[in-house]
Ligand binder design. Structure first.
Ligand SMILES: C[S@@+](CC[C@H](N)C(=O)[O-])C[C@H]1O[C@@H](n2cnc3c(N)ncnc32)[C@H](O)[C@@H]1O
Length: 243
């Protein structure tokens, strides 16, 4: 298996950068999605598998996410409720187990890889009884129920969607929010342009492109933060709160 999205060297960046993903990915949209599905089918259903061998950063990641999310949750005007969360590209439920189930009454998971969702049922243990649905579906096809979720968490998966599909998916997520609900996108960002990963069939976009996708989806960035204390060699990771 490849490592967890280590940053390409400056020279490689020059050779491989594109200004939008359609330039190189879209010879075949179907192949872009099916290659990713095949890739994930071969990955072990473990925390290390979810993080491409960087399982050791999981604690730092979850602690950073908890601090981020807690700014918005609670009682009172404008606060986001703690009833129902959706974990998108959930894998085995690493985030559901440590972040979402401790903060929300009920959680749904959606992922394209059935084996990961099967593993999640065991991995989540007793607390997993508060998971209502395990949806096996690509996010490009997934339609959250309208006005259903307080928080929709989307981490380390947006690079698997084309720009247009990501815009459409974020739009559907917006409709899936309860009043004062929040969409959180946490993902790798490139310094400039779009960097393809031919191994897992994904792309890494720069912040400008991500921001323009968010705006095309009719969403506003209400808060944005860079995850601290990750290893030097991996991409920068940013967390965006949207509504
Ligand atoms: C890097 S893992 C991250 C898992 C989880 N978000 C985490 O941080 O632990 C990427 C996940 O995205 C899923 N995935 C890949 N393409 C997808 C798609 N088009 N729709 C939904 N899930 C997808 C994979 O099956 C895998 O579980």
């Amino acid at each position: 298996m490849t490592d967890f999205k280590t940053r390409p060297s400056a020279r490689a960046r020059k050779q491989r950068n594109f200004t939008k993903m359609e330039d190189h990915v879209m010879q075949s949209e179907t192949a872009f999605y099916s290659k990713a599905e095949h890739y994930w089918k071969e990955v072990p259903p473990t925390v290390d598998g979810m993080l491409g061998g960087y399982g050791s950063i999981s604690n730092t990641d979850i602690n950073g996410s908890k601090k981020f999310l807690q700014k918005f949750l609670g009682e009172g005007k404008g606060k986001t409720g703690t009833g129902f969360a959706l974990d998108c590209g959930a894998g085995i439920g690493r985030i559901t187990k440590r972040l979402l189930l401790p903060l929300f009454r009920t959680v749904d998971l959606v992922d394209v890889t059935q084996d990961f969702l099967d593993q999640a049922r065991m991995y989540l243990g007793e607390e997993g009884k508060r998971v209502e649905n395990y949806f096996c579906c690509g996010l490009q096809d997934f339609n959250p129920q309208p006005e259903c979720y307080d928080v929709i968490w989307i981490q380390w998966v947006i690079g698997h969607l084309t720009d247009d599909h990501l815009v459409e998916f974020l739009r559907r997520c917006r409709s899936g929010l309860r009043p004062n609900g929040l969409i959180v996108v946490k993902d790798n960002v490139a310094y400039e342009g779009v960097i393809p990963d031919v191994v897992d069939s994904s792309v890494c976009r720069d912040l400008n492109l991500l921001r323009s996708i968010v705006s095309r989806a009719g969403l506003n960035i209400i808060y944005e933060e860079q995850q601290q204390n990750f290893p030097e060699e991996i991409y920068q990771v940013h967390t965006l709160a949207l509504r």
